[in-house]
Ligand binder design. Structure first.
Ligand code: ZN
Length: 348
């Protein structure tokens, strides 16, 4: 069976890739048959640019890191999973003995091995081996498609956690892409009374507004988010600003809509240093949090999908058969305005 291989920048192929033969099942590992894989902005960026920040594709690499599947074999010491279990997987596996891991910040362990980040292969392939500790059993209520959304959702839940959302907070999320929208949903689930979502893509704003009655779209081609927030809060500002666009201009203005004592969470990656309005941050005594991926949130995400506290189904706007993977990536690279998350289903 085939894998989706990024041969080099701008060249993808579906071909046999004998990676399974190089992997051995450890006593605390499980073997998983992949079912659904989401296409992430980072996968697309590797395809179109051959690199993401310092990570450069030097050799052919299998893409994909947002995945669900079925356990088909378990190692001799595995106790929490069994053959036939439906699961989703956390794609970054740290060194268990590293200093960052022992401090509980395993996501910033410099030695973390993360799927589809060179030189580590991703999982757009028939099967993979993964540690039991980073593999999470799905309740019946969570579909494979929803489970493949747990990875991006984890970013939003981690952001809401670091924001320390309080019941009744007002939040502004800048960016209505997949990460912005899961952040809006996570902020609401964490207790926000209302969440404003700012973007310049009208179709994405419509999807955002349809997600929840407490989500209010702001079209930045017509309105200034800071002005809208001030008008909606008696000139006080909002308690939380989540920067999920990665746009330098948006990052430079994050303190404008923020109320005194509020918090900014930086989520969107920035390729270059951005302006930071230290004066605006100071007069508000603003708290600034940064997040890098996530830690300790996959089980929470699965629980919220199972209970209905968060519904990610409206974010899945297109599903492709594995045989159409290259066309799916070409479409994703064109960033069509009405699409949020595209997924690929592997043959079962
Ligand atoms: Zn992703």
């Amino acid at each position: 069976m085939q894998s989706l291989v990024l041969e080099r920048k701008n060249e993808l192929s579906l071909r046999d890739f004998p990676i399974e033969k190089q992997e051995t099942l450890g006593p605390r590992d499980v073997r998983i048959k992949l079912h659904t894989v989401g296409i992430c902005g980072s996968d697309v960026h590797y395809y179109t640019h051959g690199r993401v920040g310092p990570f450069v594709v030097e050799d052919p690499m299998i893409l994909g890191h947002e995945a669900s599947g079925t356990v088909i074999e378990v190692g001799s010491e595995v106790t929490t999973l069994a053959e036939g279990d439906r699961v989703c997987m956390e794609p970054g596996v740290p060194d268990p003995n590293s200093r960052a891991t022992r401090m509980g910040m395993y996501n910033v362990d410099p030695a973390v091995r993360f799927w589809a980040t060179p030189p580590v292969h991703g999982i757009l392939r028939p099967t993979c081996i993964h540690p039991e500790a980073f593999t999470f059993k799905l309740p019946d209520a969570v579909s494979f498609a929803e489970a493949a959304m747990v990875e991006p959702l984890a970013v939003g839940v981690h952001a809401a956690t670091k924001a320390r959302v309080k019941p009744g907070d007002t939040a502004l999320v800048i960016g209505a892409g997949p990460i912005g929208l899961v952040t809006a949903l996570a902020a609401l689930a964490a207790g926000c009374a209302r969440v404003y979502v700012a973007d310049l893509d009208q179709a994405k704003l419509e999807i955002a507004a349809a997600l929840h009655a407490a989500i209010h779209p702001i079209d930045v081609t017509r309105d200034d988010p800071a002005r809208v927030i001030r008008a909606a809060t008696d000139d006080w500002g909002c308690e939380l600003v989540f920067e999920a666009s990665g746009a330098p201009k948006a990052a430079a203005g994050v303190f404008e809509p923020l109320c005194p004592g509020g918090a900014v969470v930086m989520i969107g990656g920035q390729a270059d240093p951005v302006a930071y309005d230290a004066g605006a941050a100071m007069v508000r005594e603003a708290r600034v949090e940064n997040i890098f991926r996530y830690a300790h949130v996959f089980p929470r995400c699965v629980a919220m999908l199972a209970s209905g506290a968060i519904d990610v189904k409206p974010l899945i706007t297109r599903t492709f058969d594995f045989s159409e993977s290259v066309a799916a990536f070409d479409l994703a690279a064109s960033a069509p305005s009405g699409d949020v998350k595209m997924q690929i289903e592997l043959p079962q």
